[in-house]
Design a protein around this ligand. Structure first.
Ligand code: DUC
Ligand code: ZN
Ligand code: ZN
Length: 481
């Protein structure tokens, strides 16, 4: 940070008097913004066409939510086909912005028989002109043909689509081990990061059929159909396949102790394995599925028993888990979404997913930073900087630094809020976190220097968010011997 008394270069906006997260902690600092970027950080900055008084507030980087599903077309082969996502790019990204998140990475899904190009074009059509925040796309690869692996992946990587998600579960998406190896190998060659949903499909099908034969079809049995062992086995296998292919791997939505132990072991051996968790594995429990409206908390992997949450916190503290994303998957609790097949449908036919774009940062800030489980530097790393680094968005996103995009969230660190769906800006008719009291909330948010949210009021407009072409992933690989 520069320390002259004043800098008089002209700025579009100056935020002054705030406690700003620079380097590894808070410092009293002014921020000069020009042409959407942070142009100066100094003790005192004069001028500015707009001056904003940030006294008493913390200025943190805008969040990067590297895992969310927005307006994702239903897979024709899925058991819950027909359920519609409640958020389009306008409502999903609006909700992200109000929660302090300025970059989102949703998924362009490839259906079997479709080219990746067609999948990307179709998804751009859904996003175009609608987003309130900047966005990039991961690709979901469900049909890894030779054309996809040898032609499309490298071409799309060169255009900024540098991550692919693959699945070890869901009948319409699951890849064989051979296909996983082929994707890992092709992705490694073009600097693309492979993300994996690690649950064992055959175990889930076997358990589901057994539960159904016993008449155990209520939402609570969703958790019994996907115990931690099922995640542990798939995580172990995915790690082994990545090791064989000498490829980096990011394991998404890690839910609990057993998978974390596998990941910690792999990392201790120096493998380029990185893992993500989500708020639902810190703040929800399998007990929540027992309620009458338990489907509201149904996601995969499922929330685990309450005793599991401390292991997830420890995973974040120890570095076994490197980032926190929402896995926002928005379905209304009505016949358009969760209840598509009726209130008595077997859990197998209930769409998986919960909303969480807007609550991710406030929950982690309150129960992490304010409750003393995470330092502020760890919070920023997990929710902003690490996702930007891992997915090829540094130095533009995820940090407050000269030259970075002026994506900023002004936090009132003392504000007490009892979470209520009426406060949120998504298009889902519930939040699984209703009733939780949190301390700290982002009150103002800037996207590339433009104020998009101010004290609960929307100032931005749909279409203001831009598509991000991303660079190669930021997972360090061991030097070749
Ligand atoms: N699980 C997924 O795999 N995707 C979306 C939401 C969920 O719960
Ligand atoms: Zn998944
Ligand atoms: Zn997901």
């Amino acid at each position: 940070m520069r320390s002259p008394e004043s800098m008089d270069a002209d700025f579009d906006t100056v935020l002054h008097g705030g406690e700003v997260f620079v380097g590894q902690g808070l410092a009293r600092c002014d921020i000069g913004i020009r042409a959407g970027r942070i142009a100066a950080l100094a003790e005192r900055i004069a001028g500015g066409r707009t001056r904003f008084d940030a006294a008493g507030r913390w200025v943190l980087p805008g969040g990067v939510d590297a895992h969310c599903h927005i307006d994702q077309p239903p897979n024709p082969g899925s058991a819950a086909r027909g359920a519609q996502m409640a958020d389009d790019f306008a409502s999903g990204s609006r909700s992200a912005a109000f929660g302090g998140t300025t970059t989102i990475l949703p998924f362009a899904p490839q259906f079997k028989g479709q080219s990746l190009r067609a999948a990307v074009a179709a998804y751009h059509a859904r996003a175009e002109g609608r987003s309130h925040v900047d966005y990039g796309f991961h690709l979901i690869v469900s049909d890894p043909t030779q054309e996809v692996l040898a032609q499309e992946l490298p071409a799309l990587a060169a255009e900024g689509y540098t991550s692919v998600k693959i699945y070890l579960t869901y009948e319409a998406l699951r890849l064989s081990d051979l296909q996983v190896l082929e994707v890992l190998d092709a992705a490694r060659q073009c600097g693309t990061l492979t993300m994996v949903h690690a649950e064992n499909l055959d175990c889930i099908l076997w358990l589901t059929e057994r539960l159904e034969r016993q008449g155990r079809t209520a939402p609570r049995y969703h958790a019994d159909s996907r115990p931690m062992l099922v995640e542990r086995e798939a995580t172990f296998r995915a790690v082994a396949l990545a090791e064989l292919a000498e490829a980096p791997l990011l394991i998404v939505h890690v839910s609990g102790r057993e998978a974390i132990e596998v990941i910690a072991g792999a990392r201790a051996r120096g493998l380029p394995i990185v893992a993500e968790t989500c708020p639902q594995y810190l703040f929800l429990g399998s007990e929540d599925l027992h309620a009458e409206d338990g489907a509201k908390c149904m996601c995969s992997p499922p929330p685990r028993a309450r005793e599991n949450a401390p292991f997830v916190w420890r995973g974040l503290q120890s570095g076994a888990l490197s980032l926190v994303s929402s896995d926002h998957a928005p379905y209304r609790f009505d016949e358009s979404g969760k209840l598509k097949y009726g209130p008595k449908a077997s859990f197998r036919f209930i769409a998986n997913g919960i909303p969480g774009l807007e609550t991710r940062l406030p929950l982690l800030f309150s129960e992490g930073v304010m409750a003393g489980r995470l330092t502020l530097a760890e919070f920023v790393e997990l929710c902003c900087t690490a996702p930007a680094r891992l997915y090829g968005l540094l130095p533009r996103k995820g940090q407050i630094a000269v030259g970075a995009d002026a994506d900023l969230a002004l936090w009132d660190p003392q504000r007490r809020t009892v979470i209520d769906n009426a406060l949120l800006h998504h298009n889902v008719d519930y939040t699984p976190y209703a009733g939780m009291a949190v301390t700290g909330w982002p009150t103002h948010v800037w996207l590339r220097g433009e104020l998009v949210c101010a004290d609960g009021e929307l100032r931005g407009r749909p279409g203001q968010g831009r598509f991000l072409r991303r660079g190669r992933h930021g997972i360090p690989l061991r030097a070749a011997p």
